[in-house]
Design a protein around this ligand. Sequence first.
Ligand code: NI
Length: 174
Amino acid sequence: MAVRPIIIAPDKRLKLACEAVEGVNARVRALMDDMLESMYASNGIGLAAPQLGVLARVIVLDVARADDESQPLRLANPEIRWASDEFTDGDEGCLSLPEHYAPVIRPDRVRVAYFDYENRACEIEAVGLLARCVQHEMDHLDGILFVDHLSALKRNVILRKLTKTKKLAAEAAD
Ligand code: NI
């Protein structure tokens, strides 16, 4: 396992649609392990493969509280099979948009089909934070960031700040 660098927005690699994986083989398992390690290293609760520059439909999640035992989830080719009619509003952040948070409205519950670490077909019904997190990560697989759910005005404020931060970091590195 290895911690890999997480791509920071704005970056066109975060705006691309990802390809389904052809089964969870050793290569996909290694990717899932690296994704989890990279996510934990940044104290995240979810990560999608494109955030590491890999355009594959793979996401990892762990919404356990810091003082509880970890509950890692590794999902390949996730698909939403059902979503509740009830929606909730909750603050979201993203490891690719560090230090920015904004409320996003999403279905409160979803049922998701996917392939697990052993390439078994599985389904989970997610509620609350897990439901929000899995929808956020699945958005990444279609090149959608949480700021894309906000007004253009709010989105541009955040993206401009990120651009500025990147520029300053690049200048400092020179
Ligand atoms: Ni994200």
